[in-house]
Design a protein around this ligand. Structure first.
Ligand code: FAD
Length: 499
């Protein structure tokens, strides 16, 4: 059946990202797009840290960066600082961008390791622009440099997610997306095919559609409640199942740092996301080891300013739907699954979900091959991200609480065990199935939490004599560039002051 009407259920970050991106395929067709959202239900109200592909999402939509950043109180993000993960008192930065650069197919951290074996004392961090800029609170975009022989700056944003959804709503409505404000009361299914035929609003009106995008949040109104798709739980590997979020002001005069903070506590971890005039904060924790009151107290004790709202208590189950595309429904955002926001991957998965949907969709109708391919690729994407998140817990040396004892000793997926063992042997990292996280990401977390390379890569050892000058130059140019950069706060105030 031809697709003439796409109905999006939900107007959170997922719903409006889908609406904005899909509005671009309306051009030159009669395709109708309707988004239904309910203010009575509201949105999850969190989700402020992003990763670099999100910058490309704005570019695909021809969104002016400075305008979007001003509208969302945004700041720049160069990576995440993890504190107390390997051991209490330790910290490291997982940066965007690479350590050094690939030298003949060898990862730079392997070359660095070979240099260390020869007595070089320089830390790996001095070969990463984003880490050095983050340490010094500096920022510049690549296009600001006067020279083109310098490493690019890889960044993402911290955004006010509610303001971002509002921003995209204006974008999508301008391009013909029709918004309906109503509670969805019922979902109609075709008696034979089981395809969704329409949704019933609380005034009794039925909105019929040919294709549906379920962005209804954790409840999964279409994908789960109507289609009973099923959910694969990953709570064994990612046992945190609660969060309490609490924004605070930043009136202590400190500049907004260009990175997210993720600080581990006794049964979970706390995020701090600096926006232009406030910080987003939250404490993700495991209810088997901590009560809500204690989680809230820990968060309040560790806030950098005064709370500006009531605490928002949230529950979740880590895992994903057995199918992301079922019949004529694709689930995006929280409706499709959830992994905790340790590496800011949820909005990214909305982004890649929308991209895959647009790439796959034909207005002539849906077929099984589209759904099964979408499901297979998305499942792999989820699993590779899951492994990376699990690494943060597994690679702890903490033994100061029951929670960390569980994480340190838990079984993990074989795919992760193999990755760790190969890294220990000589620092090699194989990226599989187009996975999101790079060799630098894996190396940053493994080394940051105390997993060492025991052996030297013979290939790396073989090149170090020839690359000594290049390596010195790399360090010098990063140092020089960071010195030239303005402070991050100063940059934001000039480039995209909040409106
Ligand atoms: P929601 O925001 O819940 O929106 C659901 C929509 O569906 C709403 O508009 C609601 O009104 C509508 N709806 C539901 N039922 C009905 C109905 N019956 N009738 C009509 N409308 C209905 N992601 C990141 O990338 N970075 C982060 O830093 C990050 N931090 C997070 C922290 C926490 C604690 C949590 C839980 C999530 C975090 N996320 C983060 C994930 C991120 O918040 C979500 O991916 C993102 O907000 C998308 O949510 P959503 O649009 O799927 O759902």
């Amino acid at each position: 059946m031809a697709i003439e009407h796409i109905v999006i259920v939900g107007g959170g970050t997922a719903g409006w990202m889908a609406a904005a991106a899909l509005s671009r395929i309306r051009d030159g067709s009669d395709l109708k797009i309707t988004l239904v959202e309910s203010e009575q239900i509201g949105t999850v109200g969190v989700g402020e840290a992003t990763i670099p592909p999100f910058v490309d999402f704005q570019k695909t939509l021809d969104i002016d960066e400075a305008e979007m950043m001003a509208a969302t109180q945004a700041t720049f993000k160069l990576g995440i600082q993890f504190a107390n993960w390997g051991q209490v008192g330790e910290s490291y930065i997982h940066p965007f961008g690479a350590y050094g650069y690939e030298l003949g197919g060898i990862h730079f951290h392997q070359v660095w390791h070979a240099l260390q074996e020869r007595g070089d004392k320089r830390p790996l961090q001095v070969f990463n622009l984003e880490t050095m800029a983050a340490y010094f609170g500096k920022f510049s975009r690549t296009q600001d440099y006067a020279r083109d022989d310098l490493p690019p700056m890889n960044y993402a944003y911290h955004i006010d997610a509610t303001a971002y959804a509002r921003f995209l709503r204006a974008y999508a409505e301008k391009r013909g997306v029709v918004r309906r404000e109503s509670l969805v009361k019922d979902v109609g299914l075709h008696p034979e095919s089981g395809y969704v035929t329409g949704i019933t609003l609380d005034n009794g009106e039925i909105i019929e559609g040919d294709f549906f995008v379920d962005c209804s949040g954790f409840r999964g109104l279409l994908i789960e409640q109507a289609l009973n798709t099923g959910y694969d739980e990953w709570t064994h590997y990612l046992p945190c199942d609660r969060a309490v979020a609490l924004p605070c002001n930043r009136d202590d005069g400190t500049p907004a740092p260009p990175f997210t903070r993720a600080t581990a506590h006794s049964a979970g971890w706390q995020w701090q996301v600096p926006l232009q005039t406030r910080n987003g904060n939250g404490h993700v924790y495991c209810s088997a080891y901590m009560e809500a009151d204690e989680a809230h107290d820990i968060l309040v004790t560790n806030l950098a300013g005064k709370p500006t709202a009531d605490p928002n208590f949230l529950r979740f189950v880590t895992g994903c739907r057995k199918k992301f595309w079922n019949k004529n429904v694709v689930a995006l955002g929280l409706a499709s699954g959830f992994m905790e926001p340790l590496e800011s991957t949820s909005i990214h998965l909305i982004n890649t979900g929308v991209n895959k949907l647009i790439a796959t969709l034909s207005l002539d109708g849906v077929n099984e091959a589209q759904a099964s391919t979408y499901n297979r690729v998305t499942r792999k994407e989820y699993e590779r991200i899951r492994d990376f998140l699990v690494l943060h817990y597994k690679a702890t040396r903490r033994d100061d609480s029951e929670f960390w004892n569980y994480c340190r000793t838990m079984d993990v997926p074989d795919t992760l065990t193999e990755k760790i063992e190969i890294f220990k042997a000589n620092g090699q990292i194989f990226r599989e199935e187009d996975e999101l996280f790079t060799a630098t990401s894996w190396a940053a977390v493994m080394m940051g939490q105390g997993i060492a390379m025991h052996g030297t890569s013979p290939m790396a050892a073989g090149v170090i004599d020839g690359v000594a000058k290049e390596v010195d130059e790399m360090e010098r140019s990063i140092k020089w560039l960071v010195q030239q950069m303005p402070g991050h706060q100063q940059y934001v105030e000039r480039y995209c002051p909040t409106t």
